[in-house]
Design a binder for this molecule. Structure first.
Ligand code: 5GP
Length: 145
Protein backbone atom coordinates (compact mmCIF):
# COMPACT_ATOMS: atom_id res chain seq x y z
CA UNK A 1 0.00 0.00 0.00
CA UNK A 2 1.26 3.43 -0.86
CA UNK A 3 1.30 6.55 1.25
CA UNK A 4 -2.14 7.39 -0.12
CA UNK A 5 -5.15 5.30 0.72
CA UNK A 6 -8.14 4.82 2.98
CA UNK A 7 -8.07 3.55 6.55
CA UNK A 8 -9.34 -0.04 6.71
CA UNK A 9 -11.30 -0.81 9.89
CA UNK A 10 -10.49 -4.48 9.37
CA UNK A 11 -6.75 -4.09 9.92
CA UNK A 12 -5.29 -6.31 12.62
CA UNK A 13 -4.53 -3.49 15.07
CA UNK A 14 -8.09 -2.14 14.79
CA UNK A 15 -9.30 -5.67 15.59
CA UNK A 16 -6.94 -5.84 18.57
CA UNK A 17 -8.27 -2.50 19.85
CA UNK A 18 -11.86 -3.73 19.53
CA UNK A 19 -10.97 -6.96 21.31
CA UNK A 20 -11.75 -9.02 18.20
CA UNK A 21 -8.18 -10.32 17.93
CA UNK A 22 -5.91 -11.40 20.81
CA UNK A 23 -2.90 -9.46 22.01
CA UNK A 24 -0.45 -9.54 24.89
CA UNK A 25 -1.05 -6.19 26.56
CA UNK A 26 1.74 -4.23 28.22
CA UNK A 27 0.02 -0.94 29.02
CA UNK A 28 -2.91 1.25 28.14
CA UNK A 29 -4.32 4.60 29.11
CA UNK A 30 -7.10 6.66 27.57
CA UNK A 31 -4.93 7.51 24.56
CA UNK A 32 -2.62 4.60 23.73
CA UNK A 33 -2.44 0.81 23.77
CA UNK A 34 0.91 -0.98 24.04
CA UNK A 35 1.32 -4.69 23.31
CA UNK A 36 3.98 -7.24 22.43
CA UNK A 37 4.88 -7.70 18.76
CA UNK A 38 4.17 -11.35 17.91
CA UNK A 39 6.98 -11.44 15.34
CA UNK A 40 9.57 -9.70 17.51
CA UNK A 41 12.79 -8.31 16.09
CA UNK A 42 14.32 -8.62 19.55
CA UNK A 43 13.36 -9.76 23.03
CA UNK A 44 10.93 -7.18 24.41
CA UNK A 45 9.72 -5.71 21.07
CA UNK A 46 6.65 -3.62 21.94
CA UNK A 47 4.20 -1.77 19.69
CA UNK A 48 2.38 1.40 20.77
CA UNK A 49 -0.74 2.53 18.92
CA UNK A 50 -3.18 5.40 19.33
CA UNK A 51 -6.57 4.14 20.53
CA UNK A 52 -8.70 6.83 18.91
CA UNK A 53 -7.33 7.13 15.43
CA UNK A 54 -8.06 6.41 11.81
CA UNK A 55 -4.59 7.40 10.66
CA UNK A 56 -2.73 4.82 8.61
CA UNK A 57 0.57 6.55 9.17
CA UNK A 58 2.37 9.49 10.75
CA UNK A 59 1.47 11.86 7.93
CA UNK A 60 -2.27 11.41 8.47
CA UNK A 61 -2.35 11.78 12.25
CA UNK A 62 -3.74 14.73 14.20
CA UNK A 63 -1.01 16.64 16.09
CA UNK A 64 -2.76 16.24 19.45
CA UNK A 65 -2.93 12.46 18.94
CA UNK A 66 0.77 12.42 18.07
CA UNK A 67 1.51 14.30 21.29
CA UNK A 68 -0.19 11.69 23.45
CA UNK A 69 1.25 8.86 21.36
CA UNK A 70 4.86 9.96 21.82
CA UNK A 71 4.28 10.47 25.54
CA UNK A 72 3.03 6.89 25.73
CA UNK A 73 6.01 5.71 23.69
CA UNK A 74 8.43 7.41 26.07
CA UNK A 75 6.67 5.93 29.10
CA UNK A 76 6.79 2.41 27.71
CA UNK A 77 10.38 2.83 26.45
CA UNK A 78 11.47 3.81 29.96
CA UNK A 79 9.71 0.74 31.33
CA UNK A 80 11.41 -1.49 28.74
CA UNK A 81 14.77 -0.12 29.84
CA UNK A 82 14.00 -0.61 33.52
CA UNK A 83 12.70 -4.15 32.98
CA UNK A 84 15.20 -5.55 30.48
CA UNK A 85 18.35 -3.41 30.87
CA UNK A 86 19.20 -3.28 27.13
CA UNK A 87 22.32 -1.57 25.77
CA UNK A 88 20.19 0.54 23.43
CA UNK A 89 16.58 0.94 22.34
CA UNK A 90 15.45 1.47 18.76
CA UNK A 91 12.21 3.43 18.34
CA UNK A 92 10.92 3.26 14.78
CA UNK A 93 7.89 3.93 12.63
CA UNK A 94 7.24 3.15 8.94
CA UNK A 95 5.12 4.99 6.37
CA UNK A 96 4.06 3.10 3.24
CA UNK A 97 5.00 -0.33 1.94
CA UNK A 98 8.18 0.95 0.34
CA UNK A 99 9.46 1.90 3.80
CA UNK A 100 8.58 -1.49 5.28
CA UNK A 101 5.10 -0.79 6.68
CA UNK A 102 2.87 -3.86 6.78
CA UNK A 103 -0.01 -2.84 9.10
CA UNK A 104 -1.95 0.32 8.29
CA UNK A 105 -2.93 1.69 11.68
CA UNK A 106 -0.31 4.16 12.92
CA UNK A 107 2.10 2.45 15.32
CA UNK A 108 5.52 2.89 16.88
CA UNK A 109 8.01 0.08 17.45
CA UNK A 110 10.06 -0.09 20.66
CA UNK A 111 12.90 -2.54 20.05
CA UNK A 112 15.49 -3.09 22.79
CA UNK A 113 18.98 -3.90 21.52
CA UNK A 114 21.96 -5.66 23.07
CA UNK A 115 25.56 -5.35 21.92
CA UNK A 116 26.43 -8.22 19.59
CA UNK A 117 22.84 -9.40 19.14
CA UNK A 118 21.68 -8.86 15.54
CA UNK A 119 18.32 -7.30 14.79
CA UNK A 120 15.71 -9.86 13.76
CA UNK A 121 13.81 -9.63 10.49
CA UNK A 122 11.09 -6.99 10.29
CA UNK A 123 7.55 -8.42 10.32
CA UNK A 124 8.78 -11.69 8.90
CA UNK A 125 10.59 -13.62 11.60
CA UNK A 126 9.20 -16.45 13.62
CA UNK A 127 6.16 -16.12 15.82
CA UNK A 128 7.06 -15.69 19.48
CA UNK A 129 6.10 -18.11 22.21
CA UNK A 130 2.98 -16.66 23.86
CA UNK A 131 4.08 -17.71 27.33
CA UNK A 132 7.40 -15.89 26.91
CA UNK A 133 5.64 -12.79 25.58
CA UNK A 134 3.34 -12.76 28.61
CA UNK A 135 6.29 -12.94 31.00
CA UNK A 136 8.04 -10.07 29.17
CA UNK A 137 4.84 -8.01 29.14
CA UNK A 138 4.44 -8.50 32.89
CA UNK A 139 8.06 -7.51 33.51
CA UNK A 140 7.69 -4.35 31.42
CA UNK A 141 4.26 -3.50 32.84
CA UNK A 142 5.65 -3.74 36.37
CA UNK A 143 8.09 -0.90 35.53
CA UNK A 144 5.56 1.54 34.06
CA UNK A 145 5.89 4.74 36.09
P1 5GP B 1 4.98 -2.43 10.33
O1 5GP B 1 5.60 -3.43 9.40
O2 5GP B 1 3.65 -2.02 9.81
O3 5GP B 1 5.85 -1.29 10.72
O4 5GP B 1 4.78 -3.18 11.70
C1 5GP B 1 3.75 -4.10 11.93
C2 5GP B 1 4.22 -4.95 13.06
O5 5GP B 1 3.11 -5.67 13.51
C3 5GP B 1 5.29 -5.96 12.67
O6 5GP B 1 6.42 -5.78 13.50
C4 5GP B 1 4.63 -7.30 12.89
O7 5GP B 1 5.51 -8.25 13.43
C5 5GP B 1 3.51 -6.97 13.84
N1 5GP B 1 2.33 -7.80 13.74
C6 5GP B 1 1.74 -8.26 12.61
N2 5GP B 1 0.61 -8.95 12.92
C7 5GP B 1 0.50 -8.90 14.27
C8 5GP B 1 -0.46 -9.45 15.19
O8 5GP B 1 -1.44 -10.09 14.82
N3 5GP B 1 -0.26 -9.21 16.51
C9 5GP B 1 0.83 -8.48 16.96
N4 5GP B 1 0.94 -8.31 18.29
N5 5GP B 1 1.75 -7.97 16.11
C10 5GP B 1 1.58 -8.18 14.79
Amino acid sequence: MSLDGTYDDGNIFAKILRGEAPSVRVFEDEHVFAFMDVFPQSKGHVLVIPKHSHARNLLEEEPQVLATLIQGVQRVTRAVRAALNPDGIMVSQFNGAASGQTVYHLHVHIIPRWEGVPLGRHAGGGMADMGELKVLAEQIAAKIA
